[in-house]
Design a protein around this ligand. Structure first.
Ligand code: TXA
Ligand code: MG
Length: 320
């Protein structure tokens, strides 16, 4: 189910972007909050609208893999090969930053994170805007990522010029962030492109797993422990025999064998399909958070395929 956006809608939104305004738009992963990446004032507005700390850098979106050379000083053979294989798609590459991209985009780092989204309307919007588009996920900082336009409206509706409704996001978790600016590729964030797919293409990769307390400046930016958090406390556990008292909600891949009287249950995939689970994950978290619960109990996912990204989002929702 995708709502297709008309060229008129995209042309108007592109005009807003060109004049330094902000537009929320669908991608295949989550909704992004876009601004002209070459315009430092537009990027400053993104940080302000999200209440995002300036030390957490944002991703630059291109409409065509060929444009990579316009935002970086050096396209390494690894970056070129990954771009060729996985773009358009849910892979973000961290590469040396060119002067075309102002320092605020990257929180003053000498690198920039770049991706070409697989969503046709997103690419069309970027093409019409005629500039690279800086876009973090379109949620308040630390809030639950948006996978529908309604999620964006509830968190940022009063703060941005335009929200494009392209229906629910197909993948449902953010892109995989891979740093290819150093001698060896390092995965900074598991996401919509699996580790297995990446390793099949370029061999073994290192996964950065450091978690940092909320609010502390991050040496690997964006790697804050608490992120994607609902207002309701979240406990991740695979033992549900000793549960706290109160109104409890359950987030699970399968329906578990438990006779606890849950106040709200979200089963992500009856067949245990991680692709289906990822697509519904953030929407389920939004519903649980709106259900007036004392606590959300979440069962961990298998640690393979998209399970890596889902467990990462769960840990961060729990602040662990
Ligand atoms: O799927 C996605 O990636 C979505 C859609 C909208 O494209 N965007 C997204 O952006 O998730 P955001 O801002 O929520 O996450 C960007 C993360 C940062 O938190 C940081 O971890 C990493 O990307 N990042 C950005 N620039 C970086 C850099 N120069 N070096 C290292 N990490 C960087
Ligand atoms: Mg985000």
């Amino acid at each position: 189910m995708t709502t297709s956006l008309t060229d008129d809608q995209l042309t108007e939104a592109a005009e807003i972007l060109r004049s330094g305004g902000l537009v929320a738009f669908p991608t295949e992963t989550v909704y992004g909050l876009g601004g002209d990446a070459t315009n430092a004032r537009a990027v400053a507005k993104i940080f302000a609208a999200k209440q995002r700390p300036r030390f957490d850098p944002v991703i630059v979106h291109l409409s065509d893999p060929e444009q990579l050379a316009t935002v970086t000083t050096a396209v390494s053979p690894t970056a070129a090969s990954l771009a060729e294989t996985f773009w358009p798609g849910p892979l973000t590459l961290v590469v040396p930053r060119a002067d075309t991209i102002p320092a605020i985009v990257s929180s003053d780092l000498p690198t920039v994170a770049v991706r070409v989204p697989a969503h046709a309307s997103a690419r069309r919007l970027i093409t019409l805007a005629g500039c690279p588009i800086a876009a973090p996920s379109a949620n308040r900082f630390g809030g639950i990522s948006p996978t529908t336009a309604a999620h964006v409206v509830s968190q940022l509706g009063d703060r941005i010029e335009r929200i494009l409704d392209g229906g629910p996001c197909r993948i449902g978790v953010e892109s995989t962030v891979l740093d290819v600016s150093g001698p060896l590729p390092v995965m900074l964030r598991p996401g919509g492109l699996t580790r297995e797919e990446l390793e099949a293409a370029i061999g073994p990769i290192t996964v950065a797993t450091e978690h940092l307390p909320t609010g502390e400046a991050a040496p690997a930016p964006g790697m804050l422990a608490r992120h994607y958090s609902p207002a309701t406390p979240v406990t991740v556990t695979d033992t549900i025999d000793s549960l706290p008292a109160g109104r409890l909600g359950l987030l699970t891949l399968h329906r578990p064998a438990s006779n606890h009287d849950w106040s709200h249950v979200e089963v992500l995939s009856e067949t245990g399909d991680l692709v289906e689970a990822a697509a519904g994950f953030f929407a389920a978290l939004h519903r649980l958070d709106d259900a007036g619960l004392d606590r959300i109990i979440a069962l961990p996912f298998p640690d393979s395929g998209l399970g890596l990204a889902l467990n990462n989002r769960l840990d961060r929702a729990a602040g662990s």
